[in-house]
Design a protein around this ligand. Structure first.
Ligand code: SAH
Length: 215
């Protein structure tokens, strides 16, 4: 899977290939789901684990903001796959936080992480996953060098911009029918620059009720 993503230029750095090799996707997909096929897979509760090429794209975009000691927030952490990747990249001196609004997914993501190479970081406390509305971010560990949002928001939640550190970067899908993966950079003077990276298709960033109703 990693070689395939390198061949197609989705993975362009050693760090991203190393972390995607270290965190085995097979530990994060439901039993009976093919782990290394490049498409999103159902994980229950009207949610999906993103396709490997989307995980790789987001890791590439955030690589410079996932250096050892940095703080990273994963909103809509789902299976915990990217949260675990972030934790490995920022290391024990850093902080990786996942926020997910379905309690059952938080519980299973913690089980997944426990089986993975990120388990010691979960034990030490530099990696944590919480039940909460990710549109509000996770102020306790703010400001963040990197914020990833794994579900499409109608607009960029203001709390997430607030919790981004100057020099920090957020990657967030925005839109309803037509979605773009936006790269939001907070400049050192606190101003914000936004650009579209690519068109994407994510499940919505919404309320727990709307999601469980089927949107
Ligand atoms: N990156 C995750 C993506 C999971 S799909 C992975 O690859 O496993 C998107 C996730 O966002 C779902 O798990 C869904 O439950 C969650 N979500 C949607 N709206 C949310 C909100 N307002 N707060 C927290 N999580 C939310």
């Amino acid at each position: 899977m990693v070689e395939h993503l390198q061949h197609y230029g989705v993975i362009r750095s050693k760090k991203v290939s190393e972390v995607m090799e270290a965190i085995d996707r097979a530990l994060f997909v439901p039993e009976g789901t093919p782990p290394y096929v490049d498409s999103p897979m159902q994980i229950g509760y009207n949610a999906t684990i993103s396709a490997p090429h989307m995980h790789a794209t987001c890791l590439q975009l955030l690589e410079e903001n996932l250096k050892p000691g940095m703080h990273a927030l994963d909103v809509g952490s789902g299976t915990g796959y990217l949260t675990a990747c972030f934790a490995l990249m920022v290391g024990p001196e850093g902080r990786a936080v996942g926020v997910e609004h379905i309690p059952e997914l938080v519980a299973s993501s913690i089980e997944n992480i426990r089986k993975s190479a990120a388990a010691p970081l979960l034990k030490e406390g530099s990696l944590s996953v919480h039940v909460g509305d990710g549109r509000l971010g996770w102020p306790e560990c703010a400001p963040y060098d990197a914020i990833h949002v794994g579900a499409a928001a109608p607009e960029i939640p203001p709390a997430l911009i607030e919790q981004l550190k100057p020099g920090g970067r957020m990657v967030i899908p925005v839109g309803n029918m037509f979605q773009y993966l936006k790269v939001v950079d907070k400049n050192p003077d606190g101003s914000v620059s936004v650009r579209d990276e690519t068109s994407v298709r994510y499940v919505p960033l919404t309320s727990q009720e709307a999601q469980l109703r089927g949107y």
